[in-house]
Design a protein around this ligand. Structure first.
Ligand code: FAD
Length: 479
């Protein structure tokens, strides 16, 4: 523990955002890092609790008090090594994780948790700047071959662990670049894509082969892959969007789109990657935009719409507005339900709670209005509260139900149940192995259901542990 009295003497301070009017002019990151002296002070606030709840709050079990102490002492290299012992991509989680670790920090009982995410990001960014992050190829090859289908955070973390264990790893990805939602879903203003590209380069130098632009199940049979590899990890995410309005009036009007038809277009524009064939351009420029759904994806639609030049952005959430402050006695050290204003919402969106969409209407086949009703605590319509909003573009950000019901899922006859989980997982659920086959494993959103990047990294690491054990009889890979 760096400074025993640090938490008593030093106020919490965190990264600030660049002003809204400035950041809306571009798609680049806008978080201002803390200076080194300030970071050391913030790290000194860690109490090194006897029971560090942050270890468990963090899905990858980062050893937070240890690297807070190292950061306080200025031993950034050792801090980076410690951080990488539990997390393959801390520069990613340092940018876009909601930080359940901070919710579980003991100082959060007083609403002043250690700025764990900021310190994590600085340790990782510094390690890249100083050239401490180098490829770690294995000393010996095992002669075993593993296919990883899908290159989101789950697939990437698993591939890196497996390559370091000496296996020949082939990653198959339907998109042009590896990264999954890190590259095509999450906007550049939350995380610039060079962050992923340099990790991919590191992984290639460690022996991972990426086969991009290959849609397994369509361009290449999944069964063929299975026959040519000693193990196959399925990490294809949860891409099937919910559509609660399939039967609503006006659903066939132009101007109604899923978030994940909208967001990847902008990421591709930013990187200069051509749009997918037959893509119909979607733009928020000069439009009244309504985003349905109050989560991360909805926020990303808001920030992207403002940067494209939307006239207004309204976000609709069917659930009631959460309390501004959680009841600590009931929630700590768990993730609390409370009002959180995202950086995108703070850019000028109007968020409405307890509201449900009843339909759409328009002119010339184009949407012009979204019709709604207010709902009570049981989500039932309240008579007399009906109304309509201007809407030239409506974006559906209501979550994802599981993997797209096609190709791989059908080829392997995978027993998917709603919200993406598999029925056939081994009883322990820690093997990450599908009972339908001896060599099929799965990890990430396809296994957990729609979740978080940090959970996908954990899943990838655990699946790699299970695969290495399956192939070699024992494993030294950490979970
Ligand atoms: P994915 O990232 O979905 O990757 C799956 C990969 O498999 C994709 O690259 C896909 O192209 C590929 N694939 C699918 N089928 C095939 C096939 N048949 N053949 C070959 N390849 C295939 N979480 C956070 O923690 N913080 C955030 O800020 C955040 N923001 C988000 C914003 C959006 C818009 C969305 C949609 C999600 C967000 N999430 C966020 C959630 C997070 O991105 C996911 O939980 C995480 O990416 C899941 O990782 P994964 O590896 O399981 O799947």
């Amino acid at each position: 523990m760096g400074k025993p009295t640090g938490f008593l003497e030093i106020e919490r301070a965190d990264r600030k955002y660049r002003p809204v009017e400035e950041r809306l002019k571009h798609y680049k990151e806008f978080v201002v890092p803390l200076s080194e002296p300030e970071l050391k002070k913030q790290a000194a606030r860690c109490m090194d609790c006897g029971i560090p709840y942050c270890h468990n709050g963090c899905p990858v079990n980062n050893q937070i008090p240890d690297w807070n102490d190292l950061a306080y002492r200025g031993d950034w290299k050792e801090a980076a090594e410690n951080l990488h012992s539990t997390n393959n991509f801390p520069e990613v989680t340092g940018r876009i994780c909601p930080a359940p670790c901070e919710a579980s920090c003991t100082l959060n009982i007083d609403d002043t948790p250690v700025t764990i995410k900021t310190i994590e990001c600085s340790i990782a960014d510094r390690a890249w700047e100083e050239g401490w992050i180098q490829p770690l190829p294995p000393e010996k090859k095992t002669g075993k071959k593993v296919a990883v289908i899908g290159s989101g955070p789950a697939g990437l973390a698993a591939a890196q662990q497996l390559a370091r264990a000496g296996h020949e790893v082939h990653v198959y990805e339907k998109n042009a670049k590896p990264g999954g939602l890190l590259v095509y879903g999450i906007p550049d203003f939350k995380m610039e894509k060079g962050v992923i590209a340099r990790r991919v380069k590191q992984m290639e130098a460690e022996g991972v082969t990426f086969h991009c632009g290959i849609h397994v199940g369509q361009d290449l049979s999944a069964k063929y892959l299975e026959s040519k590899h000693d193990a196959v990890l399925i990490a294809i995410g949860s891409e099937q969007p919910f559509d609660f309005f399939a039967k609503s009036p006006g659903r066939d009007l132009n101007g109604l789109h899923y978030a994940m038809d909208f967001l990847p277009q902008q990421n591709r524009r930013n990187s200069g990657e051509p749009q997918k064939p037959k893509t119909k351009e979607i733009s928020a420029k000069d439009k009244h935009v309504v985003v349905i759904g109050g989560g991360d994806t909805g926020s990303d639609c808001i920030g992207t719409s403002f940067r494209q030049g939307a006239l207004s952005v309204t976000q609709l959430e069917i659930m009631p507005m959460p309390p501004e402050k959680e009841n600590k006695a009931l929630s700590w050290p768990h993730w609390p339900l409370k009002l959180r204003i995202s950086s995108s919402q703070a850019e000028g969106a109007n968020t409405e709670y307890s509201i449900s969409t009843t339909g759409f209407s328009g002119d010339d086949g184009k949407v012009k209005k979204l019709h709604y009703t207010r709902v009570n605590a049981n989500l039932q319509p309240i008579k007399g509260t009906e109304g309509a909003l201007d809407a030239d573009l409506v974006l559906f950000a209501m979550g994802f139900s599981g993997p797209i019901e096609s190709d791989i899922v059908k080829e392997f006859a995978l027993p998917v149940v709603p919200r993406g989980r598999f029925k056939g997982l081994d009883a322990t659920d820690r093997d990450y192995k599908l009972a339908t086959s001896t060599k099929l494993f799965c990890a990430g959103d396809i296994r957990r259901g729609q979740s978080l990047v940090v959970w996908a990294i954990r899943e990838g690491r655990q699946a790699a542990h299970a695969i290495d054990k399956f192939l070699m009889g024992s494993t030294v890979l950490p979970r």
